[in-house]
Design a protein around this ligand. Structure first.
Ligand SMILES: Nc1nc2c(ncn2[C@@H]2O[C@H](COP(=O)(O)OP(=O)(O)OP(=O)(O)O)[C@@H](O)[C@H]2O)c(=O)[nH]1
Ligand SMILES: [Mg+2]
Length: 834
């Protein structure tokens, strides 16, 4: 029994979050270990210099973070590069009080940034030791580290990792981590396959090197054994010669016993290294091979932060090449440069509403809510329109807020936007759910009315929204948003932060604006904007020029080539970024544009093949693989194609590189339920692939929501366990939960499925779990999570449903909630506890 409980507990701890791997880098004595300890809440720990690394597990919202704190002494820094393939992002720590080492720190960071595996990975910088009088502020650390030209997404947080006695942990540490996780979250869909594939490629490379080393050692040992044998034989012959002399040439029979004493041929194997080769690896390498394995010193800290937003899978792309459909309520498109006919509004999942309909977003998400909202707008309903709160109470579920608000804003459903805003703005803050975000999404869709409403919610930051409008080809709306900013500035209101940081912000925003215009507007508009906002100097900064030209190359406007040529004449270079941009376009344009660019001397690299893999452009991949100057990682391309369901690309790569492993592709095809691709992969894997069909693969499949996929995997003998329930609950798939129970999948005793439903505030899933008889898990765990994150009505429901309560833990979570976030809700919940 104890074993069962302890298994449940272990399982509960092993939450099925998305995983991120981070490395903490920085010079020795910068405070890396102290920062990691502080984030874990271990503020009293004294640190000693780190040799090798420490690893810790953290939680931030839905993410499980494996953090590797590496030693920063000069002699150890060379091993940093071994970790970079396997990390999603890095935390770089600087001792802000030690200006004498800024230059050394800059160089160390520069080396990291130049590593091929660091491309597009976010970087969080902590300017540590702000308690010391000599500490430089964040802006000074930025310029001393040379971050102003850094192409990776980055942010700097000043902090004090080592608090004075009795003081709480510096909140900026968590804030920084939250920023970093948010940045990774935004690109997780593309970054994660790359990280997995790069990690796999590096592991394979190391495996090959290990085998080569073993082979070398084996040969050396064989050679030594052969020499020994020869020496023995020679000695034996010499003995025989001696005997012959003594016995008158009749000592030949003596040879036999001597030869038998030499080691028999198979005895050589005794000298070979064991199959795992452990004894032949240098100790240092063994240490760092541990990166991908379960490592010691793993410390779990409970996830106390709100879940992060999920990727906007529902939102349609804004950059497809289809001609624009002019939505009602949008400003007339620009007449200049042929922009008007091509300024694409998003090919929305939902059309604009008639009357006061709620956003008809993803049915799975909105189903029950939608009917309540429809009632809300029905004039014949004698009971009158219920308030949003009443509707939510009646239905018992919130739509997944970020998805629905995005869809409503992009498609111009003003009333739905207002309704959703009213409902969510009182909730705890949530990454991505901001007025600025709504404005930007609405601007991207050219939705003027929604923009006007959103401008009442926030009035300062409109350049990003203007850029989104430009990207969608909505030039008049873009102008309007830019002028709004001007008016605000003239009116004396503060625009953005002060000083250096403000200047950097403006530079970044204008670069973003021009890049968006290069994508979505015609040449005439681009030229006009360039004149007003473009760089003053003759030669634009390289990164700026590269990005803007790449945007023009991948543009949906018919005059894309004219834009590229015009930008080239302004000093913007043709680069690998442009090649990658066009390689990911729909098939015919991709090849045509890539050849056009290459004919003008445009370089290309592996990223173009990855982009082509993501778009399913097999012929572009085949072309790139033939090019002498392009290094294509077939494994990475294959992984990307698999996650996007491009079976033909997998087939092509499999023919070109028959030895490519398939397991990674299998893992990546599962979350989006790419059924055809999966069927092909399973076929190819055949009997030998049975090992890949484990319970974690099934867990991931449960998160896809596809019962068909689950059926397919079970047919092929895939293993399953209780984690599947948790994953299905996390993504709100009631149908999958029902299916699992009906088929007899072992139900977990961890309570984790409830915890996910609580994070998502998904009452229907909570009800479903209760109906299926899912156990609550270790006493009080589920309730405590609810007390920390849920609205009062969910807590009330849990009490009614008989959820076990650990009163002490609940009160502690409530106190924290009251202090950090929403005190009134905490108070309401406290009154329920009596
Ligand atoms: N005053 C002050 N001291 C700090 C702060 N953070 C860390 N320290 C101290 O700085 C020293 C080095 O901290 P560590 O965390 O061990 O540094 P590290 O970056 O991990 O160093 P290596 O492991 O050698 O690479 C320790 O004495 C810490 O107590 C801070 O915010 N303020
Ligand atoms: Mg350390």
């Amino acid at each position: 029994m104890f074993g069962l409980i302890s298994n449940c507990y272990t399982f509960y701890k092993k939450k099925s979050e998305r995983k991120i791997t981070l490395a903490l880098l920085g010079l020795n004595n910068a405070g890396k270990t102290t920062i990691l300890n502080a984030i874990k809440g271990e503020i009293d720990e004294d640190t000693t210099p780190t040799f090798g690394f420490n690893s810790s597990t953290l939680h931030e919202g839905k993410y499980k973070i494996d953090a590797f704190d590496l030693g920063g002494s000069k002699g150890i820094r060379s091993v940093w590069s071994r970790y970079l393939a396997e990390v999603h992002a890095i935390i770089y720590v600087v001792d802000a009080a030690d200006s004498g080492r800024f230059e050394e720190s800059r160089k160390a960071l520069q080396d990291v940034l130049e590593n091929q595996y660091m491309l597009d990975k976010p970087i969080l910088v902590f300017a540590n030791k702000q308690d010391l009088p000599t500490a430089a502020p964040a802006a000074e650390v930025v310029s001393n580290l040379g971050l102003t030209t850094c192409k990776n997404s980055h942010n700097v947080f000043a902090c004090t990792a080592k608090p004075t006695a009795g003081k709480p942990v510096d909140l900026r540490l968590r804030e920084g981590l939250r920023w970093l996780v948010g940045s990774v979250d935004r690109v997780y869909g593309t970054l994660n396959p790359r990280v997995l594939a790069d990690g796999e490629a590096v592991r394979q490379e190391e495996e090959i090197k290990r085998k080569e080393r073993e082979e070398r050692v084996r040969k050396q040992r064989e050679e030594r054994a052969r020499q020994q044998r020869e020496e023995e034989e020679q000695r034996a012959r010499a003995e025989v010669e001696k005997e012959n002399v003594l016995h008158d040439g009749k000592a030949g029979s003596l040879l036999a016993p001597v030869a038998a004493s030499a080691p028999p041929p198979q005895a050589e194997h005794v000298l070979l290294p064991p199959a795992d080769g452990k004894d032949t690896l240098p100790a240092e390498l063994q240490l760092h091979n541990g990166l991908a394995l379960g490592l010691p010193h793993t410390i779990e800290s409970p996830g106390k932060l709100p879940p992060l937003r999920r990727p906007m899978e529902q939102l349609p792309p804004t950059s497809d090449l289809r001609p624009a459909v002019q939505d009602q309520g949008t400003w007339p498109p620009s007449s200049g440069g042929g922009t008007g006919s091509t300024g694409g509004s998003p090919s929305a999942v939902v059309r604009a509403p008639s009357g006061a309909q709620a956003p008809a977003a993803n049915g799975a998400v909105m189903g029950p809510l939608q009917s309540a909202v429809s009632r809300n707008g029905n004039a014949d309903d004698s009971s009158g329109p219920p308030s949003s709160a009443v509707a939510v109470e009646a239905v018992g579920c919130k739509p997944r807020r970020e998805d629905t608000l995005d869809v409503a804003a992009a498609t111009g459903q003003l009333e739905a936007c207002q309704w959703l805003w009213e409902m969510f703005s009182s909730s705890p803050p949530y990454d991505g759910f901001t007025a600025e975000g709504v404005l930007k999404t609405a601007a991207g869709g050219g939705q003027v009315h929604v923009c006007e409403w959103a401008l009442q919610l926030q009035t300062e930051r409109t350049v990003k929204a203007a850029a989104a409008a430009a990207r969608g080809g909505h030039v008049a709306l873009m102008e309007r948003l830019l002028n709004w900013r001007m008016e605000m500035a003239e009116g004396g209101d503060e625009v953005g932060p002060e000083g250096e940081a403000a200047a950097a912000d403006v530079a970044r925003e204008t670069a973003e604006l021009l890049q968006a215009a290069a994508h979505g507007c015609g040449l005439a508009d681009l030229q006009r904007l360039w004149q007003r906002w473009g760089p003053q100097q003759q030669q634009p900064p390289e990164h700026f020029g590269t990005c803007i030209l790449a945007a023009a190359a991948g543009s949906p406007t018919p005059d894309w080539a004219a834009k590229v040529e015009w930008l080239q004449a302004r000093g913007c270079p043709l680069s690998t970024a442009a090649a990658a941009q066009v390689a990911g376009l729909p098939a015919a344009s991709a090849m045509e544009r890539l050849l056009w660019l290459r004919a003008r001397g445009c370089p290309a690299d592996g990223r173009a093949a990855v982009a082509a893999g993501s778009a399913g452009n097999g012929h572009v991949i085949a072309y790139l693989m033939e090019q002498q100057d392009v290094a294509v990682s077939a494994l990475v391309v294959m992984a990307t194609a698999a996650s996007n369901g491009h079976t033909a690309v997998l087939q092509l790569l499999r023919t070109a590189r028959p030895g490519l492993p398939l397991r990674l592709s299998l893992l990546l095809a599962v979350p989006k339920a790419q059924l055809k691709t999966l069927a092909w992969l399973l076929e190819e894997l055949g009997q030998g692939g049975a090992g890949a069909l484990d319970a974690s693969l099934f867990e991931s499949a449960a998160g896809s929501g596809s019962v068909e996929l689950l059926e397919l995997l079970r047919e092929r003998g895939c293993d399953w366990d209780g984690r599947a329930y948790a994953e299905a609950a996390r993504f709100g798939h009631e149908e999958v939960l029902e299916w699992l129970a009906e088929r007899g999948c072992p139900i977990p005793c961890s309570g984790q499925p409830y915890v996910w439903a609580i994070y998502e505030d998904d009452l229907p899933v909570l009800r479903c779990l209760l109906r299926l008889g899912c156990p609550w898990g270790p006493a009080g765990t589920v309730f405590t999570e609810a007390v920390a994150w849920s609205p009062a009505r969910t807590v009330r429901w849990l009490l009614k449903a008989g959820c076990p309560v650990d009163r002490e833990a609940a009160l502690e979570a409530l106190a924290e909630r009251a202090q950090e976030r929403d005190a009134p809700v905490a108070e309401e919940i406290r009154s329920m506890l009596g």
